[in-house]
Design a protein around this ligand. Structure first.
Ligand SMILES: [Fe+2]
Length: 140
């Protein structure tokens, strides 16, 4: 057994590695895919800032985020996670904030980099702080 990699909070869009795992396979798989979707947006923006695919990838990510939150909520219900309601509230807030950001992006009030940064922070602070609590509950 080696030392667990420590997550580097300075990375921009982190490459998937074990420091990002919360320890629940099905959720980890979805988190990994979520990161891929963030990267897709960035790659497209770097390729062409005016690309219509940026908005399409944002739409794709929003759909996936909803799907992922739904998966997590079913899982929390199954394991009788005591903070399900609070966690569900956080999901609603994230989706709300994301759609605000996307509207501002469409109005050209913010750049695509702000959306990417928002998504990476979401990953860092929701996934690695709140979702980890679900894994801890299971192993307690
Ligand atoms: Fe969550």
């Amino acid at each position: 057994m080696g030392q667990k990699t420590i997550y580097d909070y300075n990375q921009k869009i982190p490459e998937w590695n074990e420091s990002l795992e919360i320890g629940l396979d099905s959720i980890d798989r979805e988190h990994r895919f979520f990161l891929d979707l963030i990267r897709e947006i960035e790659v497209e923006a770097l390729r062409d800032r005016e690309s219509e695919f940026i908005q399409l990838h944002i739409d794709e990510l929003i759909l996936y985020a909803r799907f992922h939150f739904f998966s997590e909520e079913i899982y929390m219900k199954k394991i009788k996670y005591p903070d399900l309601d609070k966690h569900r509230e956080l999901h609603l807030q994230l989706i709300g904030k994301l759609s605000d950001q996307v509207t501002r992006f469409q109005m050209k009030e913010i750049h695509i980099e702000s959306i990417v940064e928002f998504l990476v922070n979401w990953f860092k602070y929701h996934t690695l702080v709140e979702d980890v609590k679900i894994a801890r509950f299971i192993s307690s």
